[in-house]
Design a protein around this ligand. Structure first.
Ligand code: ATP
Length: 236
């Protein structure tokens, strides 16, 4: 792996009470790359996302975001450094329309026109549904709204936690096809995913977690070949 890392994690530990679930995670995401973070249920992937995004404190270890040490940073500072997280499950406001959900970003200082333009360019369907209440959209469409909001913040690193959660395979493929297009703009992406094959298709690198550690990193083909028993585990 070459290039300046957008994210570097060194010997990261985290626990729930006395139970340690991250047990020395080491991970490097090169700038501009898409990295799939794979692994079985309970491996610690979501916990890692929580620690990176400032929702949970590590017990020890270091995180560098774009070269900045972010050990004690809260979500605001992380956002200023260009981190944007799309958490597991859709994070839309169900009683606001699609357009209102998107325009919430304009309160964060992004011009309204730019927010809508970006959203509709990636997801033309949102333009057709702009007046619909977000809560009445399908799961996939809600995920499109969540992704559009994230893109409006012009992130340096996008953390996607289980984009496919509860969605039909066809819509998952469509969302990942868009993730592939997003990466062409130079955004770095760390994408946590159960559907390993789908995520690997659009990834430059993959890391595999098991038992609270990263146990393998490499190029998608290599990971698929050597770690298929760990990453496929029933899901495609
Ligand atoms: P999945 O794909 O099933 O979400 P994961 O790889 O994301 O799995 P985590 O959700 O990070 O794994 O969970 C790692 C371990 O931490 C699991 O054993 C889980 O039961 C435990 N865990 C997660 N959240 C909590 C919590 N809030 N309190 C206590 N234990 C937790």
């Amino acid at each position: 792996m070459s290039g300046v890392p957008i994210l570097e994690i060194v010997d990261l530990h985290a626990a729930y009470g006395r139970i340690e679930v991250l047990r020395g995670v080491d991970l490097v995401v090169p700038k501009g790359a898409v990295m799939a973070l794979l692994g079985p249920n309970g491996a610690g992937k979501s916990t890692l996302v929580k620690v990176i995004s400032g929702q949970k404190k590590q017990t020890s270890g270091d995180i560098h975001l774009g070269g900045v040490h972010v050990k004690a940073s809260g979500p605001e500072e992380l956002a200023r450094l260009g981190l944007c997280t799309i958490p597991e499950g859709r994070s839309v406001f169900p009683n606001l329309t699609v357009e209102e959900n998107l325009l919430l970003m304009s309160y964060a200082g992004v011009p309204a026109e730019a927010v809508l333009e970006t959203a509709f360019a990636y997801f033309p369907r949102l333009k057709e549904r702009r007046k619909q209440l977000a809560g009445t959209m399908s799961g996939g469409e809600q995920q499109m709204v969540a992704m559009s909001r994230a893109l409006a913040s012009d992130p340096a690193l996008l953390l996607l936690d289980e984009l496919s959660m509860g969605l039909a395979p066809l819509i998952v493929d469509e969302l990942y096809e868009t993730v592939g297009r997003i990466t062409e703009t130079g955004v770095s992406i760390l994408c946590i995913e159960q559907f390993a094959r789908t995520a690997l298709k659009i990834s430059d690198y993959a890391a595999v977690m098991s038992g609270g550690r990263v146990v393998a990193t490499g190029e998608p083909g290599e990971i698929l070949e050597t770690m298929s028993d760990v990453i496929l585990g029933g899901a495609a």
